[in-house]
Design a protein around this ligand. Sequence first.
Ligand SMILES: Nc1ncnc2c1ncn2[C@@H]1O[C@H](COP(=O)(O)OP(=O)(O)OP(=O)(O)O)[C@@H](O)[C@H]1O
Ligand SMILES: [Mg+2]
Length: 155
Amino acid sequence: MPESLTLPDEAATAALGRVLARALTSPLEAGVCLWLEGELGAGKTTLARAILRALGHAGRVPSPSYTLIEPYELPQGEAYHIDLYRIGSANEADFLGLAELPGPRRLLLIEWPEHGGRRTPAADMRVQLAIGGGGRRARLVPASPAGEAVLAAMS
Ligand SMILES: Nc1ncnc2c1ncn2[C@@H]1O[C@H](COP(=O)(O)OP(=O)(O)OP(=O)(O)O)[C@@H](O)[C@H]1O
Ligand SMILES: [Mg+2]
């Protein structure tokens, strides 16, 4: 898996989501947190949607822009798709209860993780998306041994 990927269209972003989802299967047992980083419209929700569908969610995957957190029941455990863009203060972040989310057998997909400050759960992998190259670019930056395992399982 090269350091930086070019994603020419939405289908390529979704394909990356499917590859990521396959690599997540075994780390999911212990719990995995992916930070989905990048500017407005970089493709974070598109990627989250593809990951959740590839992990077996058949229904809609709405953007959590307004609800901030959307829970999912997956065959392998629970997933929480979180968007911290609208978090205005540390109190609001506390109110969301990020620290109380279950640890094992759960997947966290967090858009705008930087808006949660130190309340944002630590990343195992940072997926950095950017607009460019006629579509999007992606970089995968592992941030823990579990993240390293995910990256290794992708190649
Ligand atoms: N590789 C790509 N090339 C071109 N367009 C893409 C690509 N991936 C996703 N898109 C498109 O970019 C648009 C924005 O995507 P998306 O909503 O996933 O972004 P986001 O990062 O979640 O934005 P926000 O910060 O507002 O939550 C969508 O119309 C989507 O189809
Ligand atoms: Mg989004």
